[in-house]
Design a binder for this molecule. Sequence first.
Ligand SMILES: *Cc1c(COP(=O)(O)O)cnc(C)c1O
Length: 370
Amino acid sequence: MDRSFLNDRGVIARWRPFLPVTDATPVVSLNEGSTPLIHSPRLSQIVGRGCRVFLKYEGLNPTGSFKDRGMTVAISKALEAGAKAVICASTGNTSASAAAYAARAGIACYVLLPAGKIALGKLVQGMVHGARCVTIDGNFDDALRLVRQAADSGAPVAVVNSINPHRIEGQKTAAFEIIEDLGEAPDAHFLPVGNAGNISAYWRGYNEFHALGRSTKLPRMVGFQAAGAAPIFHGKVVEQPETVASAIRIGNPASWEMATAAVRDSHGTVDIVTDEEILSAQRWLAANEGIFVEPASAASVAGLLKCTRHGQPASEVCAPCPLRQFPDEGVIVCTVTGHGLKDADTVLKGGAPLDAPIQATWEAISALLG
Ligand SMILES: *Cc1c(COP(=O)(O)O)cnc(C)c1O
């Protein structure tokens, strides 16, 4: 039987010539990537001037976040190199993804997590896929430091954090897909920034396709950090990062320099959004566009909404506005990085309690419907 069709949509299958794989690379895939680019009529209307806003919905990857794009490449390369185990530090989604792909590859997975700071759904994913999940009494930056030490020690484990260059390679494919869908690069690309690998990966992807003539322009890269975890915005390490958006609760990003270069070279910017703005954008997106994302993912949309509030008192300092001198009928893509169901707790904590049960009678229901 010809089995090749069974995996013709994964990131490696679709973008093989652009990735560091050869015929000798065993492909470990869950058909990740090829996520929808969804037009957002309401955000487009808010931005105005005929601009169009699209959401790259990365929550629809197999483990519910964009991390799968890089993980298929990282785990495939680890397997090719003969690794029997992988290790990562994680705010939750890297571990969920590493655990799933390692399970599929038949190798062990060790995960270091900051204790008490992981969304429940992500923790459950790591566990159910059989990873050895260990929480540490420290934050993500501490966990990453320990993973780097594991690598330097010569321990027989492959590191699959984004300091592994294969991760960034896989993640750049999201930019390829956007150019294919739009037939051109957007004018601006908004996304949340934590460890800053993704903004760097998109910039690389846009540049590669631009160099090949598949687009005629390059977007401005616009990153948003949580106000309490904004090392790049402030230009200094944040020792105790704090934000409800646990996936971007990072004080010392591994890809800091690459991200800074992406922002500089694209004439983009890095700005901040408060937890309040993040949670309100998360609810707004769910209630108005039918798209449920986790808090960190909503940072891109919170950022766009912030940029459209000119003239109103800003809650804090703004970076140079990415929408200044923005072309009429321009195109903006916001990446929404992960699925909302991963972190149901945060939604419940924010209210939305169920009312007490009503009587199971038609009278009660018909009164409800008015
Ligand atoms: C990892 C992650 C981010 C941050 O991406 P970086 O590459 O670390 O900047 C944002 N949102 C979600 C849902 C993530 O899982």
